[in-house]
Write a protein that binds this ligand. Structure first.
Ligand code: FES
Length: 126
């Protein structure tokens, strides 16, 4: 037997939660698509986040530029064959998803992006 009252409360709570989550997302301008295409990959600091932005297999992606080993700059060098190599001690990370090739339990953080009118925005909470 269905309890319509509790079902309505559950549904309403879900809607309120979803609305709150969407309100809490802060999309920050990161770069233009043209800027990224000119450089191939770039790094930017946004509100204490060091971001590595790049294009991989036709998709624009953003991951943390802070190495999980000792915080070295993952995107200092251009990626080669789909792999970033950290400047400091050569840990390697996949361009596909920021996973760590040399130490698989220590992936880089991935960020959600959206592109509007040629501008790339990043969700720092995502
Ligand atoms: S800080 Fe990146 S490999 Fe050591």
């Amino acid at each position: 037997m269905y309890n319509l009252k509790s079902m309505n409360i559950e549904a309403t709570e879900k809607i309120i939660k979803k609305d709150k989550e969407e309100r809490d997302i802060t999309w920050e301008f990161l770069a233009t698509v043209d800027e990224l295409k000119k450089k191939g990959q770039l790094t930017k600091w946004i509100k204490d986040h060091d971001i590595l932005l790049y294009e991989y297999e036709g998709e624009i992606k953003a991951i943390s530029n802070v190495c999980r080993h000792f915080g070295g700059p993952v995107g200092f060098h251009k990626a080669k064959n789909g792999v970033f190599t950290c400047l400091w001690h050569n840990w390697q990370f996949s361009c596909k998803d920021g996973s760590c090739i040399t130490h698989p339990s220590l992936p880089l953080r991935q960020y959600d992006l959206k592109i509007i009118d040629g501008k790339i925005y990043i969700n720092l909470l995502g």
